[in-house]
Design a protein around this ligand. Structure first.
Ligand code: S3P
Length: 453
């Protein structure tokens, strides 16, 4: 699919971002090994999370989907998982693969997990190493343990593990394995990464203790299934908010967005840039903080970001780079080397995309330097199958002169189905082309109300 993005007039109105991807994965995974039945509303029906649900079905868990965005998970209990008949195909989803590796490590059978071309290039040694220390054997390709991977599960022992990088995927995989280990499992993070797994485990009755960067899980307690509503994904809402900041005259409200501080580092970076962002109606959803966020267009100044802020905005760093092209001064992003092992090398990808559009970008070993403001020009951009890169190009396209054409835009569906329709609902004119027939569908998702912020 091709997405055409012409320059946009002011964006206005309110929109709901789709359900949070990280929480949707965890809700399915932890409900599957809990006792009892959980109704999960607001589940992200995007390819990544649907793969996780299918993988759990293949492991013997009954999961019904009575309506769009609702899952009914009939918990099988930790002991209820059974050996799948064949490999579990996790598609594009690093989170799905890594968390499942942890989940099956304590089971007395072997599980093979595969993925698409992008996932097949992503390192799984970061999971294989701690699982190995706990007593599981993980096979993958080459030194970095690339997928397909096979986890030979068995009896595990609790360990204290200090991951070299701040990664919620690593932390979560180790904690999930810890549920069936003998003795306590402790993860000591170098910096705080998203903490949804700890929160959800505690809410389901697990014995989890968090002391700063040290998380300890003591096995033995039964997980109790809990129904929940998944809040809107901050990482998806962020595209709408940054679009509003950049397109002159815009004001957009993103409703019901997850505001967990381990996720909202971008808001801190944007505040330091002088962005006009307001948070209204903070509330609790699924044991997580949520609220409405309003962004208004205005002048931005450059910022320097690095250190502990990066893990808290890891998926939004590319978007910060887009904002930086329109900010006064040179924005410097450091300590972001982890971006090189995401769905694509996102530092290289953003340097490529923004340079093609006329921005002044220098790629650093562990970050980017972007001098601004520079006028952007529409360009032909290849998403190279990375959903966040495709959406970043679309946001940049809204403020570029001339049309931006994003090839391979179907990958956006891995995290934000309805992205183009949502932008249209706010007043942008982007157009999806499938096959020979351009589609400027009149379809406007219910969740978007033009001019209603
Ligand atoms: C995620 C963790 C992050 C993030 C990814 C989702 C999660 O990855 O980039 O999109 O749900 O745990 P890392 O843990 O590798 O930083």
């Amino acid at each position: 699919m091709r997405l055409r993005v012409p320059p946009s007039g002011p964006l206005s109105g309110s929109a709901c971002a789709p359900g949070d991807k990280s929480i949707s994965h965890r809700a399915a995974l932890l409900s599957a090994i809990a006792e009892g039945h959980a109704r999960i509303e607001g589940f992200l029906e995007a390819d990544d999370c649907l793969r996780t649900a299918d993988a759990l079905r293949a492991l013997g868990v009954r999961i019904d989907a009575p309506s769009v965005g609702t899952l009914e998970v009939h918990g099988a209990g930790l002991e209820g998982l059974r050996e799948p008949d064949g490999p579990l195909d996790m598609g594009n989803s690093g989170t799905g693969m890594r968390l499942l590796m942890g989940l099956v490590a304590g089971r007395e059978f072997a599980t093979t997990l595969t993925g698409d071309e992008s996932l097949s290039r992503r390192p799984m040694d970061r999971i294989a190493e701690p699982l190995g220390l706990m007593g599981a054997r993980v096979e993958g390709r080459g030194e970095r343990c690339l997928p397909p991977v096979t986890v030979h599960g068995g009896s595990l022992r609790g360990v204290t593990y200090r991951p070299p990088m701040a990664s919620a995927q690593v932390k979560s995989a180790v904690l999930m394995a810890g549920l069936s280990a003998e003795g306590a499992t402790t993860v000591v993070e170098p910096a705080a990464s998203r903490d949804h797994t700890e929160r959800m485990l505690a809410a389901m009755g697990a014995d989890v203790e968090v002391d700063g960067l040290t998380i300890t899980l003591r096995p033995g307690r039964t997980l109790r299934a809990r129904s929940m509503r998944v809040p809107g994904d901050f990482s998806s809402a962020a595209f709408l908010l940054v679009a509003a900041l950049l397109v002159e005259g815009s004001e957009v409200l993103a409703a019901g967005v997850l505001l967990n501080p381990t996720r909202t580092g971008l808001l801190e970076a944007l505040a330091a840039m002088g962005a006009d962002i307001e948070i209204a109606d903070r509330r609790d959803e699924a044991g997580e903080e949520a609220g409405d966020v309003v962004a208004r267009a205005g002048k931005l100044t450059a910022v320097e970001v690095g250190g502990e802020l990066i893990p808290r905005m890891i998926d939004e760093v590319p978007l910060l780079a887009v904002a930086a092209t329109q900010a006064e001064g040179t924005t410097v992003i450091r300590d972001a080397g982890e971006l090189r092992v995401k769905e694509s090398d996102r530092l290289a990808a953003m340097a490529r995309v923004l340079t093609a559009m006329g921005a002044d970008v220098t790629e650093l070993g562990d970050g980017l330097a972007i001098a601004g403001p520079t006028p952007l020009t529409g360009a032909a951009i290849d998403s190279r199958h990375d959903h966040r890169i495709a959406m970043c190009a679309a946001v940049a396209g809204l403020v570029a002169e001339g049309e931006t054409v994003i090839e391979g835009a179907e990958c956006i569906g891995t995290s934000f189905p309805g992205f183009a329709a949502t932008l249209r609902g706010l007043g942008a004119e982007c157009l999806e082309e499938t096959g020979f027939f351009p589609r400027r569908s009149g379809f406007q998702p219910d969740s978007v109300q033009r001019g209603a912020s």
